[in-house]
Design a protein around this ligand. Structure first.
Ligand SMILES: Cc1cc2nc3c(=O)[nH]c(=O)nc-3n(C[C@H](O)[C@H](O)[C@H](O)COP(=O)(O)O)c2cc1C
Length: 193
């Protein structure tokens, strides 16, 4: 792996990352995508299970279609839960793309149903996002696509085995504008003992 592409300290990456929702049309080359995957699989993993698997989606037409399916399933599920959040309205807008026109979607999947398989995949996701940020790429978790990506016909289309579960869809691309870290509350420490 080309170490030179990492251009930040851990502190700069952790405190500088933010979700990116506007991307340039630039594609991402294979060595870069492989470097992101290599960072992902360095995450800690319970019982050394390494349950993660990855699907890389780069076809923009496919991403559009997946976005349309995700919007329908997200709105349906929200209605079922009687959720009435103002942010949900956008999912009914025809031009809204849940993947924000990013050139690449990396779908992190768990191949086992072990107790911590999902935790392992989220740790891999964070590694990937921090590595991407340190290389000048933007990322965003797209939780709203999880249900659609776990539908059996979509899993089949993406080459995801039936027993494998989609955990963390992450979009990646060159940011088209500036984004800044959002505010956080102070850590809530329950006790120092
Ligand atoms: C599990 C999870 C699901 C998320 N799903 C979405 C999503 O569907 N669409 C979106 O725009 N952002 C999504 N996000 C990004 C959050 O909105 C974002 O992380 C949060 O607002 C904090 O902002 P920051 O990432 O810039 O620090 C998700 C984040 C997480 C951790």
């Amino acid at each position: 792996m080309n170490q030179a592409i990492y251009s930040m300290t851990a502190k700069e990456a952790i405190f500088g990352r933010s979700s990116v929702r506007a991307y340039k049309k630039e594609s991402i080359d294979r060595p870069t995508l492989n470097a992101l995957l290599a960072a992902a699989v360095r995450a800690p993993t319970a019982m050394h299970g390494e349950p993660w698997q990855f699907v890389i989606v780069e076809d923009s037409k496919r991403l559009m279609r997946l976005s349309d399916l995700a919007k329908v399933s997200f709105v349906t599920e929200a209605a079922r839960l009687h959720a009435d959040r103002p942010g949900l309205k956008v999912f009914s807008e025809p031009d809204f793309n849940v993947f924000y026109d990013a050139p690449v979607l990396i779908v992190i999947c768990a191949k086992s149903k072990g107790h911590f398989a999902v935790a392992d995949c989220w740790l891999a996701a964070q590694n990937l996002m921090l590595a991407a940020h340190s290389m000048g790429f933007g990322t965003c978790v797209i939780g709203s696509a999880v249900a659609a990506l776990n539908a059996s016909d979509i899993k089949h289309e993406l080459g995801i085995p039936a027993e494998t579960t989609v955990v963390a869809p992450i979009i990646v691309g060159r940011p088209s504008g500036e984004s800044h870290p959002s505010a956080r509350n102070e850590p809530q420490v329950l006790a120092w003992r």
